[in-house]
Ligand binder design. Sequence first.
Ligand SMILES: Nc1nc2c(ncn2[C@@H]2O[C@H](COP(=O)(O)OP(=O)(O)OP(=O)(O)O)[C@@H](O)[C@H]2O)c(=O)[nH]1
Ligand SMILES: [Mg+2]
Length: 190
Amino acid sequence: MIGAVLAGGRAKRFGEDKLLFKINGKPLVLHAIERLESSRLIDEIVIVASKFNAEKLRTLGYSVVIDELIVGPISGIFTALSLGDAFVVGGDMPSLIPEFIDYIIKQFNNSGKIVCVPRWSNGYLEPLHSAYAQEFRDILGKRINDGKYKLYDAITSSDACYIDIEALPQEWQVSFFNVNKKEDLKDLTK
Ligand SMILES: Nc1nc2c(ncn2[C@@H]2O[C@H](COP(=O)(O)OP(=O)(O)OP(=O)(O)O)[C@@H](O)[C@H]2O)c(=O)[nH]1
Ligand SMILES: [Mg+2]
């Protein structure tokens, strides 16, 4: 399974390039990559960048593909799936829990569904912490063509497998943490 790290956003809320912003001396995106890499069921990492930041991200030494569409995470996933099945995360998720990722990939493999996504009891989904089959790419492509960019809608209108977050170890929930604003960094001093 490919580990795809979405990195094509403009970080408007953060106010500067958040993915290369150093936390404990290491770019934010590298924290996410290294966590994802230590999942046993992930065998290859790919960064899904934009044409604006691809060169900088290439210096990290991982393979980089360019999302030519940049219409939000949906186009990042669409781009990643050209390479195969993928577990997709945001590059701004430094607290990923490899064991949780492996758990989702196992569920995905056993379910035979085209997407396996964690779901909160209020119905909220975590699509940037989910496993996607390459077969889902055509569905995403059609939706993007129609100007339908909401991932939530793409997933819920498909035959997805849902993982009940509250039934799992509570310590795993930190895996969803993502940095949007500068002030989010203070939750990250560990
Ligand atoms: N490939 C790709 N990645 C994206 C796109 N939009 C967002 N991302 C990435 O997805 C992750 C989560 O997105 P956001 O939290 O909205 O980040 P962002 O868009 O850079 O930040 P804001 O401009 O503040 O919304 C980040 O790592 C982004 O770099 C996109 O259109 N294409
Ligand atoms: Mg955004």
